[in-house]
Every structure is written in structure tokens, then in C-alpha cells.
Design a binder for this molecule. Structure first.
Ligand code: PMP
Length: 435
């Protein structure tokens, strides 16, 4: 596409395309990005003056919207004290208070916190904890069992437990460890579960238990691997199987944590506690990159009680004070407000607003859980054309493949949620013509 560089906005986009990679994109990107000048509340203001209603929360993270005064103040106040100090041998109040708060609100039994710099790293740390736990017990267990349609991040360890077809396995198969994959969790949320649904996983677990360090999966909501919602009874049955076969359970709550699915953590739908849990994304309210891996006392003791006597991970920006302070402020803000009512209200509006898509020939499924709405179409959608329709409606969404989805900030008004839903239905209606 020819870009008019005499226009300052087009010049910015041309400069972007000359030097910057974007997520999952070619160099340069197939079509130009939108340039954002500022963001506040649930509005993104573009360089050209247009304003878009945000339906993405910047990939699950900005649950309170942008430029929230409480979070802005937390960052400003922390920067006056210190932006960063190393965490090796040093500690600070924001990290300690954040860890205590996380232990207090996550499922029972999770008592220890490793602060990571991103969700993918939190998954790497979870895997290391599991492997070192077994090493501490004198067992070489280095395989993981997971389910299809999962997504856990883009670093090597995390990639190896993403869905082997929708993930990127085939590109890296020779360098990735080969783990065990059970079928996609069934039934879908709200449908009755029976043990047949988990029989294949149970068999894999029984046959390979001596090699398996942990089962890892996203509880209830499978995000980037398919935007699927499955029955809490499946997760409860999985917890029981892990106990029966003495295998650790890792819950990846990076997308679901902090209220998104209608419960504070998705594990709460099944009333289970994992042995290891990863949180991230909404933890900082979308301000900075930080995640955490929590574990039980038993896991921590197993890791620490044997050679080398330490968890072998320690990133440069571990426990970053700015990110810790804003996480603390974000979680306190969430807990002090009516987050649950807000999520329930968004869920209701999404159900109503996306309903009309159900009758469309191109639509395979419409599903809503908590503040997550999905229209799954039958054919992959042409991104550039879709984006144009969405922007015309004044909405920011980032669909992928056959999935049009939204997870708006919890502060979104009814009108904003209606607008997002209307834009999604409109795109679904036009699929097949907007090629
Ligand atoms: N796990 C899940 C469930 C995720 O949704 C993501 C991010 N999309 C990750 C892990 C990786 O997190 P990050 O992008 O912060 O590395």
C-alpha cells in the first residue's frame, strides 16, 4: 500500500513499518497499524483524532480502562521512591505487599510467589518448579501433560504446551520437548459432564504417571488456542485425577485471573486449588509487564530441599517496584469495587447483543462467559476488511482466524458493550462479502 509521507500520521506509520515488528506479523506488517495518540477510560484516541471504544482491554489486561487516576497515582508515587532495584539480595515494600495480597486472594494452599516479567516467563517458571519438585523427590519427571486447544505463551517451554496444530509447534518441532496431549476439554460450559469426557486424559495419566511432572492447562477458559469455555466439573475431575496419580496440577490463570470469567479466578468455578498457578495480564491493570507464579508449601519445600537447593530462575527485572506498586493498586481497586456486578452486567449485555449473530449462515457458534464474548465464524475472516468495518463502527477489536471476540474493560458502560456487540454482529454478517 502506498503511504503519503507528507502527512505526519502516515509518516509515523511509514517509520513504524520501516523498523518495527508487531505481534505475529511480517516485516513490514501486511497492512498498516492504527496510530494511537492517547488512551483514557475505555477510549483509544487515534493520531488522526478518531476515537475508538476499546473491546480488547489490551489483550485481557486493562480491566480498569486506561489512565485510571488510582493507578496513575500509584506509578507516580512509586517512581518518586525508586523505579527499579535488582531483586537478588534486595527486597522492597511493593513486592512484599503484592505477594501477601496474591497469597490472600488466590485459591487456598498457594503460599509462595515468584514474580516474573511476563506471562510466558511465569509459565516457564511453573514448569521449572514442577520439574525441580520431582528432582527434589529423587524422580526424573520432565514431561508435561496438557490438553488440545490450549495456549500458554511464546517462549520455548510455553510453546511446547500450546496446541500442536493451532500453536507454532510445526515450525520449531525439532527443538521443542515432546509432551503429552489429551483431547480438548469437554463438555462446553453449562453442559453436563460425565467421566467419558476425561477418559482419554485419565488413560494418558495412568500410563505415563512416572514421567509426568505436571498437568498444565487454562482453567475453564481456553484463550488464544480457541476461545473455548468448558465445564467446571471437568476441572474438578482433573484435580481428583492428579491427586490419584500423584501428579502436580498447574493452572494458567494468566488470561482468566482477576475476575474475567465471572469468578475472581477461573479455578473458583470448580472450587479447586492447583499446586502451581500463573497469573499476569490484568495483574498490573495493563500498566506494565508483570506476572507471578504461585505454588504450595509442598512444592516450595520440594524445590528448596534438594540439590541445587534453589529455584533456578532469576530475571533482571524480577519484582520490579513500579510494576509491583501498580499491581498492588490495581488488585486493591478491583477488590474494593463491584467488579462482580460489572462483569455480570457485561455478560448480560454481550448475550443480548451477540444473540442476533446466532442465526447467521456464516456463524458456527456464539458464546459468552463473564466479560468475554465470542462469535466463531465458519470461514477465516479477512483481517483488513474486518478491521475497516469495526473502525467504522468506532470499535477496537483484534479478531483472529475464525474468532471475533471481545473482553472489554470492566468499566465499560452498557452503551459501549452494545456498540461492541453490534460491530461484531455486523462483521459476522459481512463475512463472505468483505473479502
Ligand atoms: N498464558 C495464557 C493463558 C495467555 O493468554 C498468555 C498471553 N496471551 C500467556 C500465557 C503469555 O503471556 P505473555 O504474553 O504475557 O507472555
Amino acid at each position: 500500500m502506498a503511504i503519503d509521507v507528507s502527512d505526519p500520521i502516515m509518516d509515523l506509520i511509514a517509520r513504524d513499518r520501516a523498523v518495527l515488528w508487531h505481534p505475529y506479523a511480517a516485516m513490514p506488517m501486511a497492512f498498516p497499524p492504527l496510530a494511537v495518540a492517547s488512551a483514557s477510560g475505555n477510549r483509544l484516541r487515534l493520531e488522526d483524532g478518531r476515537e475508538l471504544v476499546d473491546g480488547m482491554s489490551s489483550w485481557w489486561a486493562a480491566i480498569h480502562g486506561y489512565g485510571h487516576p488510582v493507578l496513575d497515582a500509584a506509578v507516580r508515587s512509586q517512581v518518586d521512591d525508586m523505579a527499579h532495584v535488582m531483586f537478588g539480595g534486595l527486597t522492597h515494600r511493593p513486592a512484599v505487599e503484592l505477594a501477601e495480597l496474591l497469597v490472600g486472594i488466590t485459591p487456598a494452599g498457594l503460599e509462595h510467589v515468584f514474580l516474573c516479567d511476563s506471562g510466558s516467563v511465569a509459565v516457564e517458571v511453573a514448569i521449572k518448579m514442577a520439574v525441580q519438585y520431582w528432582a527434589g523427590r529423587g524422580e526424573l519427571r520432565q514431561r508435561l501433560l496438557t490438553v488440545r486447544s490450549g495456549y500458554h505463551g511464546d517462549t520455548a517451554g510455553a510453546m511446547a504446551v500450546c496446541d500442536p496444530d493451532t500453536g507454532m509447534h510445526h515450525l520449531f518441532s525439532a527443538m521443542l520437548p515432546r509432551h503429552l496431549f489429551a483431547p480438548t476439554p469437554e463438555p462446553t460450559f453449562g453442559k453436563p459432564f460425565c467421566t467419558d469426557h476425561i477418559a482419554e486424559l485419565a488413560q494418558l495419566l495412568a500410563h505415563n504417571r512416572d514421567e509426568i511432572a505436571a498437568v498444565i492447562l487454562e482453567p475453564i477458559v481456553q484463550g488464544a488456542g480457541g476461545m473455548r469455555f468448558y465445564a467446571p466439573a471437568y476441572l474438578a475431575a482433573l484435580r481428583a485425577l492428579c491427586d490419584e496419580h500423584d501428579v502436580l496440577l498447574i493452572a494458567d490463570e494468566i488470561a482468566t485471573g482477576f475476575g474475567r470469567s465471572g469468578k475472581l479466578f477461573a479455578c473458583d468455578h470448580a472450587e479447586i486449588s492447583p499446586d502451581i498457578m500463573c497469573v499476569g495480564k490484568a495483574m498490573t491493570g495493563g500498566y506494565l509487564s508483570m506476572a507471578a507464579t504461585l505454588c504450595t508449601r509442598e512444592v516450595a519445600d520440594g524445590v528448596s530441599g534438594a540439590e541445587p537447593g534453589a529455584l533456578m530462575h532469576g530475571p533482571t527485572f524480577m519484582g520490579n517496584p513500579l510494576a509491583s506498586a501498580v499491581s498492588l493498586a490495581s488488585i486493591r481497586l478491583l477488590l474494593s469495587g463491584p467488579w462482580c456486578d460489572r462483569v455480570v452486567r457485561i455478560e448480560g449485555r454481550l448475550r443480548e447483543g451477540l444473540g442476533p449473530a446466532k442465526g447467521l449462515a456464516n456463524v458456527a457458534d456464539v458464546r459468552v462467559l463473564g466479560a468475554i464474548g465470542v462469535i466463531e465464524v465458519r470461514e477465516a475472516l479477512p483481517m483488513a476488511a474486518m478491521q475497516a468495518v469495526l473502525v467504522e463502527h468506532g470499535v477496537w477489536l483484534r479478531p483472529f482466524g475464525r474468532l471475533l471476540y471481545t473482553m472489554p474493560p470492566y468499566i465499560s458502560t452498557d452503551d459501549d458493550v452494545d456498540l461492541i456487540a453490534c460491530a461484531m454482529v455486523s462483521v459476522a454478517e459481512q463475512v463472505g462479502v468483505v473479502r
